[in-house]
Write a protein that binds this ligand. Sequence first.
Ligand code: FES
Length: 108
Amino acid sequence: MSRILVGSAEDFEENMPETIEHNNKLILIVMNNGQFYAVDGLCTHQEVELADGKILEFGECPQIVCPAHLGRFNLCTGKPTQKPPKKPLQTYNVIVENGNVYVEVEDA
Ligand code: FES
Protein backbone atom coordinates (compact mmCIF):
# COMPACT_ATOMS: atom_id res chain seq x y z
CA MET A 1 0.00 0.00 0.00
CA SER A 2 1.11 3.55 -0.67
CA ARG A 3 -0.17 6.82 0.62
CA ILE A 4 -1.04 9.56 -1.84
CA LEU A 5 -1.12 13.09 -0.47
CA VAL A 6 -4.39 14.75 -1.44
CA GLY A 7 -3.90 18.09 0.32
CA SER A 8 -4.43 19.96 3.51
CA ALA A 9 -7.53 18.99 5.51
CA GLU A 10 -8.37 22.63 6.12
CA ASP A 11 -8.64 23.28 2.38
CA PHE A 12 -11.54 20.83 2.04
CA GLU A 13 -15.02 22.23 1.97
CA GLU A 14 -17.92 20.29 3.37
CA ASN A 15 -19.58 18.16 0.66
CA MET A 16 -17.38 19.59 -2.12
CA PRO A 17 -15.69 16.58 -3.77
CA GLU A 18 -12.03 16.79 -4.79
CA THR A 19 -10.57 14.51 -7.45
CA ILE A 20 -7.03 13.22 -7.80
CA GLU A 21 -5.56 11.06 -10.54
CA HIS A 22 -3.42 8.06 -9.67
CA ASN A 23 -2.20 5.45 -12.17
CA ASN A 24 -4.74 6.70 -14.72
CA LYS A 25 -7.55 6.30 -12.21
CA LEU A 26 -9.67 9.07 -10.76
CA ILE A 27 -10.24 8.99 -7.01
CA LEU A 28 -12.85 11.19 -5.42
CA ILE A 29 -12.42 12.52 -1.88
CA VAL A 30 -15.34 13.96 0.06
CA MET A 31 -15.51 15.57 3.47
CA ASN A 32 -18.85 15.28 5.22
CA ASN A 33 -19.39 16.25 8.85
CA GLY A 34 -15.62 16.34 9.30
CA GLN A 35 -15.20 12.73 8.07
CA PHE A 36 -13.34 11.92 4.87
CA TYR A 37 -14.42 9.35 2.28
CA ALA A 38 -12.65 8.22 -0.90
CA VAL A 39 -14.16 6.24 -3.78
CA ASP A 40 -13.56 5.79 -7.50
CA GLY A 41 -14.18 9.00 -9.39
CA LEU A 42 -16.11 7.43 -12.28
CA CYS A 43 -19.65 6.10 -12.04
CA THR A 44 -19.88 2.35 -12.64
CA HIS A 45 -22.89 2.85 -14.92
CA GLN A 46 -21.40 4.79 -17.86
CA GLU A 47 -18.14 6.10 -16.43
CA VAL A 48 -19.32 9.66 -15.95
CA GLU A 49 -17.22 11.72 -13.53
CA LEU A 50 -18.76 11.96 -10.09
CA ALA A 51 -16.90 15.15 -9.18
CA ASP A 52 -20.00 17.29 -9.80
CA GLY A 53 -22.24 14.88 -7.93
CA LYS A 54 -24.38 16.16 -5.11
CA ILE A 55 -23.76 14.75 -1.62
CA LEU A 56 -26.79 13.59 0.33
CA GLU A 57 -26.80 13.15 4.10
CA PHE A 58 -27.93 9.64 5.02
CA GLY A 59 -27.35 8.86 8.67
CA GLU A 60 -23.78 7.76 9.25
CA CYS A 61 -22.96 7.31 5.58
CA PRO A 62 -23.41 10.10 3.08
CA GLN A 63 -24.28 9.24 -0.51
CA ILE A 64 -23.19 10.74 -3.80
CA VAL A 65 -25.59 11.25 -6.68
CA CYS A 66 -24.23 10.74 -10.19
CA PRO A 67 -24.99 13.84 -12.24
CA ALA A 68 -25.74 11.81 -15.40
CA HIS A 69 -28.68 9.53 -14.51
CA LEU A 70 -29.04 10.17 -10.78
CA GLY A 71 -27.67 6.80 -9.68
CA ARG A 72 -26.51 6.90 -6.05
CA PHE A 73 -23.66 5.35 -4.11
CA ASN A 74 -23.04 4.94 -0.39
CA LEU A 75 -19.69 6.62 0.35
CA CYS A 76 -18.82 4.21 3.20
CA THR A 77 -19.24 1.02 1.21
CA GLY A 78 -19.23 2.20 -2.43
CA LYS A 79 -22.43 0.19 -2.99
CA PRO A 80 -25.07 1.57 -5.32
CA THR A 81 -28.24 2.58 -3.49
CA GLN A 82 -30.26 3.69 -6.48
CA LYS A 83 -30.28 2.44 -10.08
CA PRO A 84 -29.13 2.51 -12.80
CA PRO A 85 -25.63 1.56 -11.48
CA LYS A 86 -25.37 -2.06 -10.32
CA LYS A 87 -21.66 -2.38 -9.55
CA PRO A 88 -20.07 -0.78 -6.47
CA LEU A 89 -17.42 1.90 -6.54
CA GLN A 90 -14.08 0.90 -5.09
CA THR A 91 -13.51 2.54 -1.72
CA TYR A 92 -10.18 3.71 -0.30
CA ASN A 93 -8.90 4.31 3.20
CA VAL A 94 -8.38 7.95 4.05
CA ILE A 95 -5.81 8.95 6.64
CA VAL A 96 -5.61 12.40 8.18
CA GLU A 97 -2.24 13.05 9.76
CA ASN A 98 -0.68 16.32 10.87
CA GLY A 99 -3.42 18.22 9.06
CA ASN A 100 -2.81 16.45 5.74
CA VAL A 101 -5.20 14.12 3.94
CA TYR A 102 -3.84 10.92 2.36
CA VAL A 103 -5.53 8.17 0.37
CA GLU A 104 -4.19 4.62 0.63
CA VAL A 105 -3.83 2.85 -2.71
CA GLU A 106 -2.57 -0.54 -3.82
CA ASP A 107 0.95 -0.47 -5.20
CA ALA A 108 0.99 -0.82 -8.97
S1 FES B 1 -23.46 7.33 -15.58
FE1 FES B 1 -23.88 7.47 -13.46
S2 FES B 1 -25.94 6.90 -13.28
FE2 FES B 1 -25.51 6.70 -15.40
